[in-house]
Design a protein around this ligand. Structure first.
Ligand SMILES: [Zn+2]
Length: 179
């Protein structure tokens, strides 16, 4: 069972008080300070960790394919389940992880960007443009034109002219026998 902040503060102060002589004022002051400090820590913890349990789907992603946490428009932190545009080193530090630790822990390739695909893509495009100028972009445009420019000829509708000729030849052969 987790301890309350008061219990934790008490414990710390009692330990401190045991190591040296403290006046009542000192103890009171220390208790207050310690409590405030613990409260601060707890607040920042609550701010970054969701109150609820990590959603089932996030757990499932961890177990099956961690790369699925990186979507087109978002990346989900596999530790706490929050979503971001970019999973920053600052956020991971809250989980006592570096981006490298995080990748290793979840089996994400070390060079894989920890950001939404559209963000990574934009960044990659910028890099390419810086390196190769407009060449790549022009190529891509050309490719797009080629794939969208396929024209289909209008389908002709050949009128099926079926002449139905029903010849109901009723030939009644009357044979008259004439003598
Ligand atoms: Zn997180």
């Amino acid at each position: 069972m987790p301890k309350t902040l008061t219990e934790m503060a008490q414990e710390i102060v009692v330990q401190q008080a045991g190591t040296r002589n403290m006046t009542v004022e000192e103890i009171t002051h220390m208790l207050k300070e310690t409590f405030a400090a613990l409260q601060e820590v707890s607040r920042s913890e609550a701010q970054f960790l969701p109150k609820a349990e990590i959603p089932e789907e996030v757990k499932e992603i961890v177990q099956t394919d961690p790369l699925r946490s990186i979507q087109e428009h978002s990346i989900t932190c596999l530790v706490c389940g929050q979503t971001f545009k970019q999973l920053s080193a600052k956020h991971l530090a809250l989980h006592n992880l570096t981006p490298r630790d995080y990748r290793i822990r979840y089996g994400i390739p070390l060079r894989h960007p920890l950001s939404a695909k559209d963000v990574s893509e934009k960044r990659r495009e910028t890099a390419i443009r810086l390196k190769l100028g407009q060449r790549m972009a022009a190529k891509r445009r050309q490719k797009q034109r080629a794939s969208s420019g396929a024209e289909s000829a209008p389908a002709e509708n050949p009128a099926a002219e079926g002449e139905q000729t029903t010849s109901r030849a009723s030939s009644r052969g009357k044979t008259r026998a004439e003598s």
